[in-house]
Design a protein around this ligand. Structure first.
Ligand SMILES: Nc1ncnc2c1ncn2[C@@H]1O[C@H](COP(=O)(O)OP(=O)(O)OP(=O)(O)O)[C@@H](O)[C@H]1O
Ligand SMILES: [Mg+2]
Length: 580
């Protein structure tokens, strides 16, 4: 049988990944498996007691019974005891499995979150937020469920099958052989089904992510949708994606129904053959009525355990499709360490000393682009410099800031921060981010109180320090008008404040960090001329011992700068230097 193709190998290698993850929860999986096995044992014991009960009531001989009882009270006692045990075990099983499931689920979500957040910015930023949320939720749940589900289910169902089979074999070898026919039949079917299910599972997840991305985009841009009268367009767009989702789900469902119907038909045929054989044996006096009832019970246990074993296949395939998507996150290139000891040491020793930051002959290309965003550019700034990066939109100003922050790596050229007094120079890396503070071009306030937003960059900042930063950024007055002043709530995405107010809050937060190099990416673009002048003049006083780098299209920023670079055509040329 030719099944060793790429898709099958993918499934196997992803299953190994799930297996590696499952190893960490081996203890829990063993407990879970033992509990499942015990409930199977109680199930079989209950069937054996029923056999004795029927034979006792019908006065049939009990010569061949595995469990023999002298009186009806003992049988009734055993029935009650086994039933109680089964219920208690069921409850215990439920409780333990839920505890373990929550633990595995949350741990795995945290782990995937860490992996994602520690990956290189250029790779992580390529994912849409909806897709990532879908992976964090649906895919993690599916894999976590499978870690606990697959192995214990497999062992307990295989045990159930073997135990029921052994009891049938003990009584009647022919019937056991008939039951065995179902195995090769189902194996052939499930191998054929795996690939098709895998394709469906992958496609379903893709459409799930598409839906989530659509929803998060629509929610984030509500104001825009309403203003442009796009509400009905978006409502029908949602329905279009939903139709795609429904069609795929129903196709999958049709495929499953056909498969299960064929399997049920075959199993049912086998059940009738077994039943006919049992009736024949009863008629010839070879077995008792109790044994026939036992056969029927055991055969249904046999076929249900077998169906469950086959039913594990879709669970496995779903988990594999989900795990593939988590593996994509796990294998994203990671940022280097943020805490390289040599950088921390250099940073501490360079405190309050003049430093210089430099890009020398740097070329950079975004990974999916054909052309370089920057080619052989050089740039430098030293303590006390106020530098303007100007140039047309889309020419690479923000990209230069990303290079300084080591959010992206240059394809060639040198990046460094040096201290002449110490006679030391260190290459820029994620660890050198501690030298920088940053006001991004887009609003990056989190949904929390303003004070918590500020303390993100300086956890021990006092209320007064926060207020001082707000004053420098000209944000103090409007914050003091808020009901809880610095403890007022900032809404999701910064709602509750104007764009210009948000920019001033972002500037205040950057100042609070008190880093030696501060990057302002179009940080005052939404301010009126007067407020911008005031903010810039405050910054000029505040930043005498800093390196302040502004990307800007506004002439007002030039007034506070002693150096300017023009960024055009992938190059970066010094156009003004008041130091000569
Ligand atoms: N994440 C990204 N992936 C691929 N290409 C990108 C990415 N970010 C920016 N670019 C491309 O790099 C070029 C420079 O972009 P950048 O954001 O640095 O421009 P900018 O000078 O800051 O523009 P603006 O003044 O509009 O802010 C543009 O052509 C842009 O399309
Ligand atoms: Mg920009």
């Amino acid at each position: 049988m030719k099944i060793r193709d790429r898709s099958f190998n993918d499934i196997i290698s992803e299953l190994k990944n799930i297996g590696r993850m499952a190893k960490r929860y081996l203890g829990a999986i063993i407990i879970f498996t033992v509990l499942s096995l015990l409930s199977t044992v109680f199930g079989i014991l209950t069937s054996l007691v029923s056999q004795s009960l029927i034979d006792f009531v019908t006065n049939s001989a009990q010569n061949d019974a595995i469990l023999k009882f002298d009186n009806i009270y003992a049988i009734a006692g055993a029935v009650v005891a086994f039933t109680v045990f089964r219920i208690v075990f069921g409850a215990f099983n439920n409780r333990i499995s839920e505890k373990i499931r929550i633990k595995v689920n949350t741990e795995m979500t945290a782990e995937i979150f860490d992996e994602f957040i520690c990956s290189e910015w250029e790779y992580s930023s390529a994912f849409s937020s909806g897709d990532i949320l879908n992976r964090f939720n649906a895919d993690v749940s599916s894999v976590a469920g499978s870690v606990l589900g697959i192995f214990p289910s497999f062992v307990s169902k295989a045990f159930q099958f073997a135990a029921a089979f052994a009891v049938i074999l003990y009584y009647d070898a022919t019937m056991a052989l008939i039951a065995l026919i179902s195995i090769p039949l189902s194996l052939v079917c499930s191998r054929f089904l795996m690939k098709k299910m895998h394709t469906y599972a992958r496609e379903l997840r893709k459409v799930g992510s598409k839906l989530m991305t659509f929803n998060s985009d629509a929610l984030l841009n509500m104001q825009y949708l309403k203003s442009f009268g796009l509400v009905s367009v978006f409502c029908s767009k949602l329905r279009k994606i939903q139709r795609e989702y429904i069609k795929l789900n129903l196709d999958y469902n049709k495929f499953s129904i056909i498969v299960t119907s064929v399997m049920s038909f075959l199993t049912q045929m086998l059940t009738y053959v077994c039943f006919g054989w049992g009736v024949y044996r009863l008629w010839t006096g070879a077995i008792s009525i109790g044994t026939l009832v036992l056969f029927i019970q055991l055969y249904s246990m046999l076929s249900s355990s077998f169906s469950s074993l086959i039913g594990i296949v879709p669970t496995v395939i779903n988990a594999v499709a989900a795990s593939e998507r988590l593996t994509e996150i796990r294998t994203l290139p990671k940022d280097d360490t943020l805490d390289a000891p040599d950088v921390i040491d250099f940073f501490e020793r360079a405190k309050n000393k003049a430093i210089e930051v430099e890009l020398g002959g740097v070329t950079f290309k975004y990974k999916d682009e054909n052309e370089c965003a920057l080619e052989n550019i050089s740039f430098s700034g030293k303590t006390g410099d106020f530098i303007a990066l100007t140039g047309p939109s889309g020419e690479g100003k923000t990209t230069i800031l990303r290079l300084l922050l080591s959010l992206i790596r240059p394809c060639s050229g040198d990046t460094s921060v040096k201290c002449a007094e110490l006679g030391e120079r260190i290459a820029l890396s994620p660890s050198t981010r501690r030298f920088f503070s940053y006001v991004p071009q887009k609003n990056t306030m989190f949904s929390d109180t303003l004070a918590e937003n500020m303390r993100l960059v300086k956890p021990d900042a006092s209320d007064d320090e926060i207020k001082d930063a707000l004053k420098t950024a000209c944000a103090y007055d409007f914050i003091m008008k808020e009901k809880d002043n610095i403890y007022c709530r900032v809404g999701d995405g910064g709602t509750g404040f104007s764009e210009g107010q948000m920019q001033r809050l972002s500037i205040a937060r950057a100042l609070l960090r008190d880093a030696p190099i501060v990057l302002f990416d179009e940080a005052t673009s939404a301010l009126d001329i007067e407020t911008e002048k005031k903010v810039l003049s405050n910054l000029a006083d505040w930043g005498k011992n800093k390196i302040c780098i502004f990307t800007t299209h506004r002439a007002s920023v030039f007034d506070v700068c002693n150096k300017a670079y023009s960024v055009t055509d992938s190059s970066c040329a010094l156009t003004m230097s008041k130091d000569g």
